[in-house]
Design a binder for this molecule. Structure first.
Ligand SMILES: *Cc1c(COP(=O)(O)O)cnc(C)c1O
Length: 355
């Protein structure tokens, strides 16, 4: 039996999109490919509220994260760290021999604008990496306020990992002054894993040209050169790009604002249920994610047993991430799930736990 995915990625993929993965193949140097590419990019620009170029990466989102630290810093990176994925970005910088300093808060807490301001005042940094929605803790960082601080430092590149929020939460990339925003398509985009998207501002494009040893596969300068021709430097996952085109049409048909509202409604439903059942929120108050609802396991449920029973009913949720495994559990409200899916899930949980 298929288990409906209420986990923070990969998410459920609707049949129309799965079918689009099984398209007839075209060559990536054929005009048919550039036509497809040139349909996809403007839709992405519309949905991400940007005039910047959007690059397609045939990799998971981690590939984009590596590209950012290799391509966009020749001084030092300020790595904002508040959980496993933001920690990963720092580790990637170090693994690539780049200079990076941690700006670290305890898991469950958000990065505050004044913390970044304090660090940037030193003038030591040319890149800030920030995870918008920290999937391991369910914390949504205050990106609107942080973006105001970033505007004081026009020489610093502002890079945002929005893997678990992009298209589920309104992120107006240009208005927020985000130079680079990235996401894998297996989360709120609701496509199969294996493709990632990343916007690149003029400023970031110029910066990349000044950086040595940008690597080869994800060299932004090279990717932008091919982008001008409606191509990618190497053979991309054409099936994914075809499916992305179909999914972007579905998003536009739903209405992108409606899509954000649906995500909010789903998470509100989960939070209300939790409150009613005496289940506490894990994140710091006011910074709770709308897409990865992370709850404290303060009632000491056996989450693996619960998940086994849910599995028998064709559903699955997530336990806590890493060191939070038994302390929290997570219900993702992402992609193409609907409020009625969430209601059904919560009814099953009530029934199984007799709460
Ligand atoms: C899932 C996730 C990643 C990693 O994405 P991959 O596509 O598995 O490489 C990075 N950051 C965040 C916030 C995520 O949720």
């Amino acid at each position: 039996m298929h288990k409906k995915l209420f986990i923070p990625g990969p998410t459920e993929v609707v049949k129309e999109v799965r079918d689009a993965m099984a398209c007839e193949m075209i060559g990536h140097r054929m005009k048919e490919f550039s036509e497809l590419y040139n349909q996809v990019i403007p839709k992405l620009q519309q949905i991400l509220y940007t005039k910047n170029r959007v690059l397609l990466f045939t990799s998971s989102a981690t590939g984009c994260m590596e590209s950012v630290v290799r391509n966009l810093s020749n001084k030092k990176t300020l790595s904002c760290m508040c959980g496993a994925f933001s920690d990963r970005w720092y580790n990637i910088a170090v693994a690539n021999g780049k200079k990076a300093d941690p700006l670290k808060v305890e898991w469950g807490y958000a990065i505050k604008p004044e913390m970044i301001d304090e660090k940037l005042k030193t003038g030591e940094y040319d890149l800030v990496t920030l995870v918008h929605n920290e999937t391991s803790t369910g914390v949504k960082n205050p990106i609107e306020e942080i973006s105001e601080v970033m505007k004081k430092y026009p020489d610093v590149i502002f890079a945002v990992d929005a893997v678990s929020s992009l298209t589920g939460y309104k992120l107006e990339v240009d208005a927020l002054g985000i130079d680079v925003i990235l996401a894998g398509v297996q989360k709120c985009f609701a496509l199969p894993p294996g493709l990632a998207v990343m916007t690149v501002s003029q400023k970031a494009a110029q910066k990349a040209k000044t950086v040595e040893n940008r690597g080869y596969y994800f060299d932004i300068v090279d990717m932008l050169k091919y982008d001008e021709k409606g191509q990618t430097p190497s053979t991309p996952s054409i099936s994914h790009i075809n499916a992305l085109n179909v999914q972007l049409d579905r998003m536009l048909a739903e209405g992108i604002e409606n899509r954000f509202a649906r995500h909010k409604k789903m998470s509100d439903t989960i939070f209300n249920w939790a409150e009613e059942k005496g289940i506490e929120k894990f994140p710091e108050k006011g910074y709770e994610s709308w897409t990865v609802v992370t709850l404290k396991n303060n009632r000491n449920f056996n989450i693996s047993e619960l998940n086994k029973e849910l599995g028998n009913r064709g559903k699955t949720i997530s336990n806590g991430y890493g060191k939070l495994k038994d302390i929290t559990f997570r219900i993702a409200a992402m992609g193409d799930l609907t409020p009625s899916d969430i209601n059904e899930l919560l009814n099953d949980i009530n029934d199984i736990l007799k709460i």
